[in-house]
Write a protein that binds this ligand. Structure first.
Ligand SMILES: Cc1cc2nc3c(=O)[nH]c(=O)nc-3n(C[C@H](O)[C@H](O)[C@H](O)COP(=O)(O)OP(=O)(O)OC[C@H]3O[C@@H](n4cnc5c(N)ncnc54)[C@H](O)[C@@H]3O)c2cc1C
Length: 319
């Protein structure tokens, strides 16, 4: 069992200079769209970049660290997360400002939707897709979030990140090593800001592209459910939802978790699901797709943390 009080007490002295909030045993279910999962041993919410760097520099090297955004792509296991979970606040990391022609500097805690709105105000096209993605910019930078034929990689110029030791790095677009829903940037990097660029556009056209994105989603995605968005990445040459459907898994239920009837690549917590239910459902779907179509689906949703004791989920194959 995770007990964050011990870690909290151990760190108290070392962290006197840190201004952000440190909370032991913070329920991760409160931080994710699925609303499942055990506690973070410690949750740290830094005040600003300087505070984040000071915290990381003072944190003993053996304590694991992970960063979360708004948890719209995360499945936190029932046994919780060891070490420190960092969450950037919109107060310290949510600003958006114009920085020269056609460019916006955006804090990693800014919701994607706010970037779409800021781009509209600035007369910049090509950001409309963010209007439909419910995450924050840090998650978009890590996941190369995209929709409607545009991805984060198409708009990013430069990214500011802090490593596990609290050292600051400036990454160029190429340093981010983007691929489909993936960045090659070192796994320990915490992105704090990024500069984005887009072509000039007409306000009416930008606005109607944003409206189209929203209207389309309302009809094809269960956006008001407890979900994590697309469960699996699209395999080469086809769509994950087609594979799930062809395997007869639309609407499939495990415990209180279900593959959505509306969009069968979305998993849903129907109310009382555990992370164990959701992960077992995902692995069941992967097996059925492999058995029926010889296609290997890979998780797009990030699964983090420990299984509850005695409730492990065996992956039926890697990935
Ligand atoms: C209804 C719904 C619809 C969705 N539609 C889409 C879609 O159309 N396209 C799409 O791409 N995604 C979609 N998603 C998935 C999700 O919104 C995106 O992946 C989003 O970018 C995740 O951002 P987040 O803030 O929620 O990150 P989280 O889910 O909190 O984290 C995701 C990953 O990003 C990392 N991360 C978060 N913040 C930082 C940071 N500051 N620095 C470094 N790493 C960080 C985390 O460690 C984790 O590995 C959808 C999700 C839902 C629930």
């Amino acid at each position: 069992m995770i007990d964050g009080e011990n870690l909290f007490d151990t760190l108290a002295d070392k962290m006197r200079h840190v201004r952000g909030r440190l909370t032991p045993n913070y329920s991760m279910a409160k931080l994710t769209w699925f609303q499942v999962g055990g506690p973070a041993e410690l949750l740290f919410q830094p005040e600003d970049e300087e505070d984040l760097a000071a915290f990381l520099a003072a944190l003993p090297a053996e304590v694991p660290v992970m960063v979360v955004g708004v948890g719209s792509n995360l499945l936190v296991r029932d046994g919780g997360v060891e070490g420190v979970v960092i969450r950037l606040s919109t107060r310290g990391f949510g600003a958006i400002e114009a920085v020269g022609d056609n460019r916006l500097k955006v804090g990693a805690a800014s919701p994607d939707k706010r970037l779409a709105a800021a781009a509209l105000d600035a007369g910049l096209a090509g950001f409309h897709f963010y209007h439909g993605i419910p995450g924050a910019i840090g998650g978009a930078l890590r996941m190369n979030a995209g929709a409607n034929g545009v991805e984060t990689t198409d708009r990013v110029v430069e990214v500011i990140a802090y490593d596990r030791k609290g050292e600051r790095h400036v990454l160029s677009h190429d340093d981010m090593g983007y691929a489909y829903r993936h960045s090659e940037a070192p796994a320990d990097y915490i992105f704090t800001h990024a500069v984005f660029e887009g072509p000039t556009g007409e306000a009416d056209a930008i606005k109607s592209a944003m409206d189209e994105v929203q209207n389309h989603r309302e009809t094809v995605q269960p956006i008001r459910e407890k979900t994590g968005g697309s469960t699996f990445k699209n395999p080469e040459g086809t769509s994950a939802w087609k594979c799930v459907d062809a395997a007869g898994c639309r609407g499939l239920i495990v415990g209180d978790a279900q593959m959505s009837e509306m969009h069968c690549n979305f998993m849903i917590n129907r109310g009382e699901a555990t992370a164990h239910d959701l992960e077992t459902l995902g692995e069941t779907v992967r097996r059925r797709v492999r058995d029926s179509q010889d296609i290997e689906l890979h998780w797009e949703i990030k699964r983090i943390g420990k299984f509850a004791p005695g409730a492990e989920v065996e992956p039926f194959m890697g990935g």
